[in-house]
Design a protein around this ligand. Structure first.
Ligand SMILES: NC(=O)c1ccc[n+]([C@@H]2O[C@H](COP(=O)([O-])OP(=O)(O)OC[C@H]3O[C@@H](n4cnc5c(N)ncnc54)[C@H](OP(=O)(O)O)[C@@H]3O)[C@@H](O)[C@H]2O)c1
Length: 248
């Protein structure tokens, strides 16, 4: 086994400018992949992620593509293939969360969650399937909230992550004959802008976890890289928890 298991592979990660996505980009690149990633707003941070990869000897490309826009997602896949000559790994990471009682959530926020967290993943998968070949990998970033919602106010966010788990199972059946696997990673509380380890809700989350800390983006990046690599060929249709025992 090479020490760079993703050498000569090309990856596209949605939402790579910050947090979990940036951790995934860094790890895939460190493991040898050429990595394109999208962002919606944080241009400077996206360029910083790409520069960091380059400084570490890797290859990365930041692409502005709003996951709310079908054409942006399709263009991001096309641009990746154009730049790197193919596509082997798709990681659907971009997501938003709005929390509160369902009667108080704005429909615009509900629509944004459904569109960015679910619809854009479907679009990216459909588009990528024109390019993924034998050994191709799709990794969705779901959430442990698909299986456990200990606090009120998480219903629609949890719905979107449950949808990814179901999509993953269904597509495993369709894609296995092509030698492509699809899996779903379900993080628990992980230290990012969206869920800071020192945020006001952190104490409540730690109370329902077995571990006494939040996860790191590097830990999630490592699991994505494993699933994207050759040793994970027999893992298919799975939802894998990386949650510090949130669901234990
Ligand atoms: N952090 C946690 O505790 C946790 C737990 C379970 C699951 N997750 C999942 O992990 C993933 C990443 O979460 P995170 O905590 O890293 O979130 P984050 O810090 O808010 O980062 C979100 C990323 O998604 C991008 N994004 C958001 N809306 C987008 C859009 N319309 N088009 C394209 N990109 C968009 C952002 O780009 P910009 O920078 O340009 O806005 C950013 O790169 C999500 O799927 C989330 O549900 C996180």
């Amino acid at each position: 086994m090479t020490t760079r298991p993703l050498e000569a592979k090309t990856a596209l990660v949605t939402g790579g400018s910050r947090g979990v996505g940036a951790g995934i980009v860094a790890r895939l690149a460190a493991d040898g992949a050429r990595v394109a990633f999208t962002y919606a707003n944080a241009k400077e941070r996206a360029e910083g992620v790409a520069d960091g990869v380059t400084a570490a000897g890797g290859t990365a490309l930041a692409i502005h593509a709003d996951s709310r826009c079908e054409q942006d997602v399709e263009s991001a896949v096309a641009r990746t293939v154009e730049q790197f000559g193919g596509l082997d790994i798709l990681v659907n990471n971009a997501a938003v969360g709005s929390f509160g009682p369902i009667t108080e959530l704005a429909m615009a926020d509900i629509d944004a969650m459904l569109t960015i967290n679910v619809r854009s993943a479907v679009v990216a998968i459909r588009e990528s399937l024109a390019h993924l070949g034998d050994g191709g990998r799709i990794v969705n970033i779901g959430s442990i909230n698909a299986d456990r919602t200990p606090f009120p106010g998480q219903s629609v966010y949890a719905l979107t992550k449950g949808a990814l788990a179901s999509l993953t199972r269904g597509l495993a059946r369709e894609l296995a004959p092509r030698g492509i696997t699809i899996n779903n990673i379900q993080p628990g509380p992980s230290d990012t802008d969206a869920n800071p380890a020192d945020g006001p809700l952190a104490g409540h989350m730690l109370e329902v976890m077995a571990s006494d800390r939040f996860g790191t983006t590097a830990e999630i990046g490592a699991l994505v890289s494993y699933l994207a690599g050759p040793e994970a060929a027999f893992i298919n249709g799975a939802s894998l928890d990386i949650d510090g025992g949130f669901a234990a």
